[in-house]
Design a protein around this ligand. Sequence first.
Ligand SMILES: Cc1cc2nc3c(=O)[nH]c(=O)nc-3n(C[C@H](O)[C@H](O)[C@H](O)COP(=O)(O)OP(=O)(O)OC[C@H]3O[C@@H](n4cnc5c(N)ncnc54)[C@H](O)[C@@H]3O)c2cc1C
Length: 568
Amino acid sequence: MAAGETRPTHAAPSTMPYISVDALVGDGPVAPPQTLAGGGRVSENARDWGASPANVDEDPKRVAWRANYTAELARVLNTPANDYHDSAARLSGLVKSALLEFRHLKTEPSKFFEAHRLLVNHGFEQGPGFSIRFTVQYNLFAGTVLELGGSEHLRTLDEMQRDGELGCFALTEKLAGVNSGLVVQTTARWVPDKGAFLLHTPHDGACKNWISQGLTACKAVVMADLIVGSESKGPHAFLVELRAKGSGPGYPGRVSTGVTLGDMGAKTTGNDLDNAWISFENKWIPRESLLDRYCDLTVDGGYVARGGTSAPMSNMELIGQRLFTGRVAVAQGAHEFRRRLFRRTRAHNDAKPCWAPGGGSHSAKKTLMLSSVPQLRALYRDADAKEARMTAYLASVERDLCETLTNGTRPSAEMVEAVAAAKVSAVDEAIEYCHRLKQEVGSYALMAGTGFEHTDFLQCCKFAEGDSRILLMKVARDRVKAYGRIAAKGGEVPAWMSPREAKAVAELAKALQASAAGGKRPAEAWEEHWDKAYATARLAVDNIVTRRVGGPDKWSNAGWRSTPASRL
Ligand SMILES: Cc1cc2nc3c(=O)[nH]c(=O)nc-3n(C[C@H](O)[C@H](O)[C@H](O)COP(=O)(O)OP(=O)(O)OC[C@H]3O[C@@H](n4cnc5c(N)ncnc54)[C@H](O)[C@@H]3O)c2cc1C
């Protein structure tokens, strides 16, 4: 390099200029398969390129799909998006390619999960914006239309896939936050004379908030309280036009009458994703806007629940189905992020020599590699074992959830808990291990392009698709209820509770009873013992994971990556 020249910046800069992390990370789906360089599609040997879980059956069609999808991702995410319009246009292209169809959410949900994992890996350096955009488009928007829509809505969805048109999902409101769904103040009032609904945001606190893709989508699934006469029928889903089609994908046109859109502003990460607040000012929407597979309104304003006893779940429960899928996707997203951060950082540490007592200069044989220092070696060993356990657990939950989704059945209580445990434990573990890693790798963790700058993605995962604290509180309440039933019958603690869990549940139940005896209302008693409740729920969650894949002791054998780098 000539004097005065600066080195070019790299996608993944190294604190040691002679270490190219990109070259060292050999095990991620970074590059497209060579056979696809010319743009064609392949039909074999794709297995090694994707992050496929052990439970996906490897029929040749699936292998070929993985190769083609991976190649498409490599093309779409080849360079960082310039802005959120560009990012939206790229998703539009991916949708249009139909490599993953919206209907796969119901017919082949495992494809959606794998597509998402692959995407998290590919987009790692660019941050989480695109993967959030993807899950909102496929799972929350299209998945809800598929689940709740009638034949006309499904036709609209087909057209959107053909045209690469984008949608968003508007549930959260300013004053509802993580309790969205329980609190929906946006109203859709049925006006029989007009044969239409009046969609309205009654006050500022009822504005839809944080809506991903809200500034680039033409359509939205809007959750609003359906009012018929003077009666609230609860939250219902409406397919609403937010904007006209614009000049091209990612650049929608004129905002519809009665809709106001605003930008949530800059975030700490994921700024290639647009997040909007949305308000409706007495916006007329046609009768056909109501997603009407399970309910409808007669012309004279009667509310009809459709499907009779064959209607498998309530409207809100069916929407909740999307959140189950979303929870597993969020858990897998956090897990993949952690895996990739560890892999990349390890590659750097394996190649970075550092001085050690008895060692010499960097070229001396006794020089240690950074990953061999005892605290990092111990961390990698521990992290490997925990990562392997979580991988097995998530694969197991995904498999069971896919079965439930394809059968269209109501998830069992066990399934609901297993999904909650996946979300809480995968995200918490990812946060814990990424934080611990950051404390041990020096200046490397400060460099843009290493992935550490995107760890706020994991914060997002904590409250997305069901806040982890709310999920934990539900587990605690269910345990106390179960304990009460058992105690009332004088029965034994069930075998599925670990002794520690059973002890914690019994103590929590007794503490709540003592508070009740002292005149506290149930809500006050739970508030008083909030810390016991969360501690109990965490034990229960870990026990749920253990019941499926074994405890941490079963996974204590570290994999190859825990071998000291100096002996690799
Ligand atoms: C990047 C991004 C994309 C998003 N995309 C969408 C989207 O497309 N569509 C959509 O509808 N929403 C979306 N959201 C909203 C998201 O799903 C959350 O609901 C929302 O961000 C959380 O709201 P809040 O920050 O107001 O949380 P708050 O409600 O203010 O809660 C803050 C914290 O307080 C605690 N807390 C609150 N209430 C309770 C309680 N009752 N019990 C115990 N603990 C409690 C929880 O730990 C919670 O994390 C998105 C959010 C972000 C950041």
